[in-house]
Write a protein that binds this ligand. Structure first.
Ligand SMILES: *[C@@H]1O[C@H](CO)[C@@H](O)[C@H](O)[C@H]1NC(C)=O
Ligand SMILES: *[C@@H]1O[C@H](CO)[C@@H](O)[C@H](O)[C@H]1NC(C)=O
Ligand SMILES: *[C@@H]1O[C@H](CO)[C@@H](O)[C@H](O)[C@H]1NC(C)=O
Ligand SMILES: *[C@@H]1O[C@H](CO)[C@@H](O)[C@H](O)[C@H]1NC(C)=O
Ligand SMILES: *[C@@H]1O[C@H](CO)[C@@H](O)[C@H](O)[C@H]1NC(C)=O
Length: 438
């Protein structure tokens, strides 16, 4: 079933196989571009069967977990970037802009109790669209505006963004005081904000973003969310005792995406500054990610073992998304910093091969949660998203300089509204336009 060494006829035959119903596994030869495209197409199709909100009055709104929409659109952007297949682009474009809301900062009126991490993932989707030269919509906010809107909202000291009242700085997990996570400062919110700031610095070449990235990094190491000696990344800290800055010692639950946010942010900081300090950090976090999650007992396949081993990722709508995000950031960082490609690609290939062998579900090659040991029966939107992310990420081998993410220095669209994220507070113009316009 594998394409390796096959001639053109075999490729044609393989392409029609899905229509006659093959039941084995996602056919994947990681050394064949055509094969990855086919596997990617199947995985993306399976993923998009879950998306029903295009054409509704709230496109992009996924009620079971609002940020899942951001994860879905990120996967679609990565699929398009890896394959040039535009099938899902219009759905993505409509939903990604709409969820930005009137403020252009992904705090739409219909999303109640947004966490800093939820908002951040939408900001990452927007900056990804900008970096991939995803066409802006004919009207409304640009992708860059939407990414800046999230940044502006998160840097503000209004009690919902950057907060120095506990633990000496950092973003709280939740923005709203009535949510229990308000007392917590977690890695993914802060690592994600760090990454967003670093990517905005690289994209726009504006120093303010880099200054913020440095600040988030320094705070994260100061409370040991990131340990800059062992390169372990913790999950969260809270107000308390035992750690520095009036904080507790960190909760050491390990998740792939916590590592992924910080290592990707450090990579963009290196690309922006050329300072080898950031390259060293990127390499240290990469090594730490690989030894923590790409374990020999799972054939070297990436594993969020904390929930996978006990089959619990499925019950939590979020857990299955983490490793899909992480592999997509690995692929991007290898494009941004070509010298890391040889280190990253083999890890992606082993994981993709594992996933392909395990994505055998329901006669449709559905991906489950675990990417080792066969299909685990865990059919869900989140697992389908990560399956698609994996197939796109392994295209890295075939992506050349024309696929490198762009900045405004290399053709990226720099038009934006610098007031995004503060528009709701600036007075008559914008409140009025909110009521009139929407
Ligand atoms: C999504 O909705 C837009 C606008 O209604 C439409 O142009 C597009 O074709 C839709 N996409 C799909 C896949 O149906
Ligand atoms: C997609 O298009 C780019 C730019 O034209 C090209 O470099 C790349 O090889 C294409 N990718 C695929 C998978 O065809
Ligand atoms: C950048 O995006 C804006 C807003 O959509 C658009 O008006 C402008 O033409 C774009 N610029 C380029 C060079 O594509
Ligand atoms: C490690 O982090 C601590 C706390 O932020 C900082 O004081 C120290 O300078 C850092 N070490 C290096 C080598 O950057
Ligand atoms: C970093 O290096 C690149 C490539 O050599 C160069 O274009 C860029 O100006 C440098 N940036 C800084 C801040 O030195």
């Amino acid at each position: 079933m594998r394409l390796k060494g096959a001639g053109h006829m075999a490729i044609v035959a393989l392409r029609i196989l899905p229509f006659i119903g093959h039941v084995y596994a996602l056919d994947l030869d990681v050394n064949s571009q055509e094969s990855i495209k086919d596997a990617g197409s199947t995985a993306a199709y399976n993923m998009m069967t879950w998306y029903k909100q295009n054409g509704t009055d709230n496109p992009g709104f996924i009620s079971r977990s609002w940020w899942t929409g951001a994860a879905l659109f990120l996967a679609c952007l990565n699929y398009w970037h890896a394959t040039n297949d535009t099938t899902y682009n219009e759905d993505v474009s409509i939903g990604l802009q709409h969820q930005g809301g009137a403020g252009g900062d992904y705090m739409p009126s219909w999303a109640i109790g947004v966490g800093n991490d939820d908002q951040m993932f939408w900001g990452l989707a927007a900056i990804t669209a900008a970096e991939y030269k995803f066409p802006n919509r004919p009207s409304g906010d640009t992708w860059l505006t939407l990414a800046e809107g999230v940044f502006n909202d998160q840097k503000s000291s209004d009690g919902k963004g950057w907060d120095t009242t506990i633990c000496g700085g950092g973003l709280r997990w939740q923005k709203e005081i009535w949510q229990s996570g308000y007392t917590m400062k977690n890695a993914v919110s802060n690592g994600g904000f760090f990454m967003l700031a670093a990517r905005l610095a690289w994209y726009t070449q504006e120093e303010e973003y880099a200054t913020w990235a440095e600040k988030v990094w320094d705070w994260s190491t100061s409370v040991n969310l990131v340990n800059n000696e062992t390169w372990a990344v913790a999950d969260s800290v809270r107000q308390g005792t035992g750690g520095p800055n009036g904080c507790t010692l960190p909760d050491h639950t390990r998740w792939t995406y916590n590592y992924g946010t910080y290592l990707s942010g450090a990579g963009y900081m290196y690309a922006y500054t050329n300072d080898t300090k950031w390259l060293d950090i990127t390499n240290n976090l990469l090594d730490s990610l690989f030894t923590t999650f790409f374990l020999p007992e799972h054939g070297g396949v990436i594993t969020d073992w904390r929930c996978e081993a006990v089959g619990q990722c499925y019950k939590d709508a979020n857990g299955p998304l983490f490793k899909g995000l992480t592999v997509s950031w690995l692929s991007d960082i290898a494009l941004i910093i070509p010298s890391l490609r040889e280190k990253i690609l083999p890890k992606l290939q082993v994981s993709a091969e594992g996933a392909a062998k395990s994505c055998t579900g329901d006669g449709k090659d559905l991906c489950g949660n675990r990417w080792y040991g066969g299909y685990d029966g865990q059919n869900s939107m989140e697992n389908a998203i990560s399956g698609s992310q994996m197939m796109s990420a392994v295209m890295l081998k075939f992506l050349g300089s024309s696929s490198k993410p762009v900045s405004t220095a290399t053709g990226g669209n720099g038009s934006s509204d610098p007031n995004a994220g503060t528009r709701g507070e600036v007075g008559i113009c914008c409140v009025a336009s909110y009521h009139n316009g929407r």
